[in-house]
Structure formats: C-alpha cells, structure tokens
Design a protein around this ligand. Structure first.
Ligand SMILES: [Zn+2]
Length: 257
C-alpha cells in the first residue's frame, strides 16, 4: 500500500468530504435546533432509543416489549451524565470552548460528562460505548498527565520540544483510546448476552468492528501529521503506526444504514 495515501493531506476532496460528513456535528445539531436523538430496532424487536430531556440531558435506553431492559447511564461511573448542545444553552457557564467544535462525541472527565453527538449510523452505538469506556477506564493520573503535557505545549515555541511533548501525548492518548475501545467491545458483548439484542449484527463481520475502531484511531494518528509536513521527526510519525491504527484503513469505512 502507498503510505502517502494514508496521510490526510493526500486524501481526495471526496474522501475529505466523506470524513467531514461523518465526524463533524451539523450546525443544526450544534445549535440545538435538531435535538439529540436516534432509534434503532434490532432484528429481535429490541429498540435502542436515544433522546434528550427538557434540561438537555441525554437519555439512552434499550427497550424490549415496551419496558427498559438497559439504561445506558447505569454504565457510567457515579456522578457522570450524558449532555447535549441544549444542556450548554441552559448552562452556558459549564461550557468550554472546545465543546462540539470539530467533533461531537467526547468524554469530559473534569466535568463528569459524556457529550452526546449525532448518530450517523446504528454502528455509532459502539462509538457511544467508547465514550462511556473513557469515563470508566481513564484514570485521573492519566488525565492529569495529559492536561499537563497540553499545558506545557501551549507554553512553548520550541518546535523540537513540541515534538517531544507530542510523543508523550501520543503515548498517553494511545493507551486511553485503545483502552476505551476494548471496554466498548467488551460492553457490546456483555450487553448482547444480557439483553439478547444483536449488537454484533450492527457490523457485517468481526472485521467490520475492527475497521470502525481503526477509522477513529487513524483520526488520532492523523492529528500528528504536522510532524511529516514540517519534516520534524518522520520516524516518530512512523512510530504512531504502532500506537494507533497500524495504518490499516486509509479511507472512511463503508456506511451501513
Ligand atoms: Zn476516544
């Protein structure tokens, strides 16, 4: 495979547009004009229902024969909640600049919030579990270490030092991202066993799960492309292969609606 093809700067306009459509929240959603919500019916009749409360909190359940068999907030650690853009309109003092900026789904450990995004496909239920995985898995030591590295990066203009900091950040994020995906896949299996809903059927094959996960890991890896563009430390960019997606998937995965 042509490695150059794996760098975002070599993607075609069409591929970039597809990625943006997948990753960016729409303006309507960000501004709260389109409320958070999604429904998916599993082959066994179980219904995945995501919606928001009047206060803008996310409510996500799995129902069977009209009764809730799983409330996804029960998977969150104590004190955490799901929030939507409407929540921040009602609590502007709790909003940070990065919220719903260039992607929507996110976990915010300092505020104990999972920021709910737009479901683009039923497979994004795995993406939801990934954010819950961050909430459950990431330790406060790792989060603090990440914050400190980012802070130090903001305060330096030395590009060689920035690369070193990026390397530490990449290692920190790699552990966190991989841990959250592993948690999500385990939670998907467990939820399937407990409720009977065919979560694995959301993907056409086990390779489809891997492709989905690697697409998002690749987005993280591409975040370090400056190192290639500015010829700072190409060998470090190569090392990112082992930290994130192993360069398995260059383009966005097939959408399965
Ligand atoms: Zn993540």
């Amino acid at each position: 495979m042509d490695e150059r093809k794996l760098h975002l700067e070599h993607f075609s306009q069409k591929e970039k547009r597809e990625m943006e459509a997948r990753d960016r929240p729409s303006e309507e959603f960000r501004e709260g004009r389109v409320p958070f919500g999604f429904r998916h019916t599993f082959p066994g009749g179980e219904k995945f229902i995501a919606r928001q409360s009047n206060k803008g909190q996310g409510m996500i359940t799995l129902e069977k024969d009209g009764a809730a068999v799983l409330d996804f907030s029960a998977l969150l650690p104590e004190g955490w909640k799901f929030v939507t853009p409407t929540y921040f309109q009602k609590h502007p003092e709790e909003e940070s600049l990065a919220d719903y900026f260039d992607n929507d789904w996110a976990a915010s450990p300092d505020r104990k919030m999972v920021l709910c995004g737009e479901f683009k496909t039923p497979q994004d239920i795995l993406g939801l579990l990934h954010e819950i995985g961050h909430a459950v898995n990431d330790t406060s030591e790792e989060n603090d270490a990440w914050e400190n590295l980012e802070e130090e990066k903001r305060n330096t203009r030395d590009s060689a030092y920035t690369v070193l900091l990026d390397e530490e950040i990449a290692k920190n994020r790699s552990k966190s991202e991989r841990g959250a995906w592993a948690w999500a896949i385990r939670a998907m299996r467990r939820t399937q066993a407990e409720t009977g809903a065919d979560f694995r059927g959301l993907f056409s094959s086990p390779a489809g799960v891997k492709e989905y996960v690697h697409y998002y890991l690749a987005n993280h890896r591409r975040g370090y492309e400056r190192i290639i563009r500015e010829d700072l430390d190409p060998s470090f960019y190569k090392e990112l292969q082992t930290l994130f997606d192993r360069w398995q998937y260059a383009a966005p995965p097939e959408r399965q609606d």
